[in-house]
Write a protein of this length. Structure first.
Lengths: 326, 274
């Protein structure tokens, strides 16, 4: 068992000494992935349906990373693509479907069928959503595990030996436990961030805050790069402060085909199409060749789909804001 | 009183065997029956797929004050379009609250704030155990299904859980290949507090009738849809299905229900196919 999948021997979260606590951390996606994502790393790209950073997933594929332990509640298309591209050694997850559209077929090919099947080869570690949330909460809080009332009368603990239990010292009740998850790197997509990585999101919040605080390194990818004054004008909207962030990437439409509330809608048509693409390894390879390996960066990916803005740009439902005066 | 359904007793469906073309589809009937289960003002944890449609139908008809909670963190959602997934942006716009998922699972679900949990299922067994994980052996599955998502904790904590699933022998085996979400009995032991605070699955709504646990936790047939017999349901269930006597025959969807489903709630037939 390597250090990555042995939860009780994971290193505590800490900031890498070469990451400045302040000053601009803005860099290209290529440089951010080169600096912070290495072969064999435990990687989290979070965002629950909302704000899933496909731009980062694609750059990891382009740079040919191998042996990654990919963790996410919902692997979604982004991890199906990374599994199909051969980046992943192991998947840690809680719901592996194509939300609203079907299956993740690269994932399924990698886990279905008899032992010894050559298409197999992906290790899995499976929880429920609450289990994954609790793992990240423990990691973010600097605790070794998280107690929860869950998994009684289910086969999940038998399928995953990391799900254990503890006796409550106050009530005597038996509670389920899950180990802390402290990723090597977490990548979160946001509506806006400043150059130091002070990051604001709105709409569905998922587990990005827990994932970022649990992680040794954090890459923030933002639709808009804003002045620090914009952040300070509305501090309740800040998800993570810049001092835990190692890199800031400005990447408009970087979450497509996922969505960014107030910026663009989910590309549901693509999620439906993925059912067909991912079902056939040849079509999946053609997709990756054309839209991932065949483009140098996100700008070129977007240029290949000029109709996105017309189809998906968000309507206007602006809120009035609040008075922070005293 | 519970009787053996295989004895040939037929449900009292007045219009059985008339041969008229169906006015509604099995999925439409399922959505309508599921919607009727919800009372106005209840706090509902909404699962993906048909449950989502049923909750939005209830909100558009008899339960305008239903509080829809999605595991994605949308509380009091009022979607203006049918959410394609439980993370749809239309769940956020106009909602009462958006919170992180740590709050949803701990402060709302684990802390007992959810009255009704609504789940779909690939397999449901005799004791209401739900499988959405694998068909076949876990390590070497024939079919790998998505897994729990939030279903395990919904069936654990919601005060009552309603399950929606289409009948077939494959979908209703005597025991499921994998227990993803807890039912009424696990390896012979009945569910109990504090490990399992909620009542668990109390209704399983299928495309032809409704099953409910009896006092022992075994699912028995309690209602059939128009033109459906208890015997034909029993032949699609993997255990000797018993039924409550008298068995109820449920009303078909109203024209207003059908118009809402087809024209407003799911015009693209995302969930109403079949």
């Amino acid at each position: 068992m390597s250090r990555h999948d042995d939860p009780v021997h994971q290193r505590p979260a800490h900031r890498r000494p070469d990451v400045p606590a302040s000053g601009s951390k803005v860099m290209s996606m290529r440089d951010a992935i080169t600096s912070f994502v290495h072969d064999g790393d435990t990687v989290v790209i979070e965002g629950f349906t909302h704000l899933i950073c496909f731009a980062a997933g694609h750059e990891i594929i382009r740079q040919g990373r191998r042996g990654l332990v990919l963790c996410r509640l919902t692997p979604d298309l982004v991890y199906d693509q990374m599994i199909g591209a051969g980046c992943a050694r192991k998947l840690v997850f809680s719901w592996a479907g194509n939300p609203g559209a079907g299956s993740l077929h690269a994932f399924r090919r990698a886990v279905e069928g008899p032992a010894g099947d050559s298409a197999r080869g992906l290790e899995i570690e499976e929880y429920s959503h609450f289990g994954m949330v609790a793992r990240l909460a423990a990691g973010a809080a600097g605790l070794p595990f998280w107690p929860m009332r869950d998994y009684a009368g289910t086969d999940l603990p038998a399928a995953n030996p990391h799900i254990a239990s503890v006796t409550c010292p106050y009530t005597g009740e038996t509670l389920a436990t899950v180990p802390a998850l402290n990723p090597d790197v977490t990548i979160i997509h946001a509506q806006r961030a400043d150059a130091e990585g002070n990051t604001q999101i709105w709409g569905l919040l998922g587990v990005q805050k827990e994932a970022a605080f649990a992680s040794r390194h954090v890459i923030v990818v933002a639709e808009e790069l804003v002045d620090e004054r914009v952040i300070r004008a509305d501090p309740n909207r800040t998800l993570v402060p810049g001092f835990i962030v190692g890199a800031v990437v400005h990447e408009p439409w970087g979450a497509h085909p996922s969505y960014a509330q107030g910026y663009y809608d989910r590309d549901n048509a693509f999620y439906v199409t993925w059912e067909r693409i991912s079902r056939d390894p040849a079509q999946l390879a053609t997709y990756l060749d054309r839209y991932v390996m065949g483009v140098p960066d996100r700008a070129a990916y977007l240029a290949a789909m000029p109709d996105l803005a017309d189809r998906l740009r968000a309507g206007n439902r602006t809120c009035a804001g609040v008075n922070y005066g005293y | 009183m519970v009787t053996d359904a295989s004895s040939g007793t037929r449900a009292a469906a007045a219009s059985a065997g008339t041969g008229r073309p169906a006015r509604y589809s099995p999925n439409e009937m399922m959505a309508v029956v599921a919607a009727r289960e919800l009372r106005n003002g209840e706090i509902v944890f909404v699962g993906i797929g048909l449950p989502n449609l049923a909750c939005n139908l209830a909100r558009a008809t008899h339960a305008p004050d239903l509080v829809l909670i999605y595991e994605s963190g949308a509380i009091g959602a009022v979607p203006e379009r049918l959410p394609v997934s439980i993370g749809d942006p239309s769940l956020v716009t106009g909602s009462l609250m958006v919170c992180g998922m740590a709050d949803v699972f701990q402060y709302l679900l684990q802390n007992g704030r959810i009255e009704v949990g609504f789940l779909g299922a690939a397999q449901v067994d005799r004791w209401g155990n739900i499988n959405t994980t694998v068909v076949g052996d876990y390590a070497h599955p024939t079919v790998r299904l998505p897994g729990s998502g939030g279903a395990a904790e919904i069936a654990t904590h919601a005060r009552r859980t309603i399950v929606v699933a289409r009948l077939s022998r494959r979908a209703f085996p005597a025991s499921v290949d994998f227990v993803t979400s807890p039912g009424q009995r696990y390896h012979g032991t009945a569910r109990s507090k504090p490990a399992l605070p909620g009542a668990g699955p109390v209704k399983v709504i299928t495309d032809r009738g409704v099953l409910e646990p009896d006092a022992t936790g075994e699912l028995v047939l309690t209602a059939v849809y128009p033109d459906v017999t208890a015997a034909e349901i029993a032949s699609d269930v993997g255990w000797p299905l018993r039924f409550r006597d008298p068995i109820e025959t449920l009303d078909p969807p109203t024209d207003a229900d059908l118009a809402l489903l087809r024209e407003r709630l799911d015009p693209d037939k995302l969930f109403l196919k079949g």
